[in-house]
Ligand binder design. Structure first.
Ligand code: FA5
Ligand code: MG
Length: 434
């Protein structure tokens, strides 16, 4: 059932990089379901909630300072997605179980950071903003989908023409002073850098602090601005400023690094990762003297909060009751249409003789389920693990919840899907049904 990726690639006018060809190999794991998602281009519809949100965030950054970019083709090289960002071959995110590979050399980008080096290299403005679709092999539930969208931002300064570090630092600080101050409450802040979240060797501490301040003030400005309308729109919270917190983080391409969380309806919600860009990224862009920052933000999470969208699958819905309820430029709350009942089936099976549960990857099962049942699956979870006392064979049991956004599913139909999932699992992984 796997669609031929090589046919797909040829038909889509692939840019051949480094003379690498685009044929399938033993790394290929893009399924036809995912391939179809790469062609949806949700951001090209200005009335889609993700585009509305993108435009709002774009509008917070001065146009003469930040170039706006969309990279419509999600196929990038392993160099762009990983190596250019110091993500070494042993990093978990590079494994076949986490990333969609077209072949050994090309992947579906797992983050918009894949475009950092070219963006720091190419634009005439010192800043850039990118909104694009990204892909990760992942679990299935209300907040996880194998395709989602991110926004990347970056900003750099060059010391060229400056006579001292002090002059360079004041230039950065002047830019920071121009950022509008937002009405948010910072519950927890972090030090500019410390042993657990160090500045880079060779970087002047005052420069690191100045860049970190510009980064934090810029992002507080954006988040404060986005939430302003909603927080004030809700009478019960109208006097309370939005609460956020900064948390130390680690990324191979920034140091120091942070994540920002916002407090929203009783929970801390992670919005983005960010940090002071590693000099090696600037080296690769051909500007080793530059310093700067970058952030990467998940658009769906924020859009779910802003529009009150309860399920991440809805972003991909082609149901007119979803598609037609939004207007470009307007944040309106989602009007739910009736939810149809869900039904579950359990999938219990024995692994091949001698196979351990750790050798069977959830994401492999997820892809099989998605290939067979697509968006009719709401959720898949492991509910039982068992080792036979005598034979020592291992058994797993997964619960698959079927539910449609558009209609009530019939039992017959679910049984057929369930049988197809079982067949496919037996063929692909040699499991034995219980
Ligand atoms: C990254 O992807 C980094 N590239 C972010 C970054 C950019 C750091 C530039 C530093 C400098 P992470 O995997 O944590 O990091 O994802 C970033 C954001 O994307 C998360 O904070 C979250 O909002 C969102 N996100 C991550 N995984 C998912 C998912 N499965 N579904 C929806 N949103 C997700
Ligand atoms: Mg994270």
């Amino acid at each position: 059932r796997q669609l031929s990726n090589s046919a797909f690639l040829r038909s889509q006018d692939v840019k051949k990089e480094d003379g690498q060809d685009t044929d399938e190999d033993d790394w290929t794991n893009v399924t036809s379901t995912i391939e179809r998602l790469t062609r949806r281009k949700l951001l090209s519809n200005p009335a889609h909630p993700l585009s509305i949100l993108t435009d709002i965030i774009f509008s917070k950054f001065p146009e003469q300072e930040y170039t706006r970019a969309h990279f419509p083709d999600p196929r990038v090289s392993v160099y762009e997605n990983f190596e250019s960002l110091n993500i070494t071959p042993d990093h978990v995110s590079r494994s076949k179980t986490d990333t969609y590979y077209l072949n050994k050399h090309k992947v579906l980008r797992t983050h918009t950071s894949a475009h950092q080096v070219e963006s720091f290299r190419d634009y005439t403005t010192p800043g850039f903003l990118i909104a694009a679709d990204v892909y990760r092999r992942d679990e299935i539930d209300r907040t996880h989908y194998p395709a989602f969208h991110q926004m990347e931002g970056g900003r750099w300064w060059s010391p060229q023409g400056m006579s001292s570090i002090e002059e360079f630092v004041s230039k950065i600080n002047e830019d920071t002073a121009k950022i509008p101050v937002s009405e948010i409450k910072i519950i927890d802040d972090t030090l500019p850098f410390h042993d657990g979240n160090p500045k880079q060797d060779g970087q002047h501490p005052e420069v690191c602090i100045a860049v970190a301040n510009h980064l934090k003030r810029s992002l507080e400005m954006v988040v404060g601005g986005i939430f302003e309308n909603i927080v004030q729109g809700d009478a019960s919270t109208s006097k309370e400023p939005l609460q956020i917190r900064w948390i130390d983080a680690t990324f191979p391409f920034t140091s120091p690094s942070w994540e920002m969380e916002v407090y929203w309806q009783g929970d801390w919600l992670e919005l983005f990762g960010c940090g002071v860009t590693q000099q090696r990224v600037f080296d690769r862009a051909g500007y080793p003297e530059r310093v700067g920052w970058a952030f990467g933000l998940g658009l769906e999470r924020l859009a779910m909060v802003l529009f009150g969208i309860p399920d991440i699958r809805l972003f991909w819905s082609e149901d007119p009751r979803f598609v037609e309820q939004f207007t470009p430029g307007v944040v309106s709350s989602f009007k739910p249409f009736s939810k149809y009942p869900g039904t579950y089936r359990d999938l219990a099976f024995w692994l091949k003789d001698g196979a351990t549960p750790e050798q069977f990857h959830d994401n492999d099962l997820m892809d099989v389920v998605r290939e067979v049942a697509g968006d009719l699956v709401e959720n898949v979870s492991l509910i039982d693990k068992f080792t036979h006392p005598k034979t020592k064979r291992n058994s797993l049991c997964y619960r698959v919840v079927f539910q449609s956004m558009e209609r009530t599913l019939q039992n017959d139909e679910i049984n057929i899907l369930q049988n197809n999932i079982r067949d496919s699992l037996m063929k692909k992984f040699g499991i034995e049904l219980r």
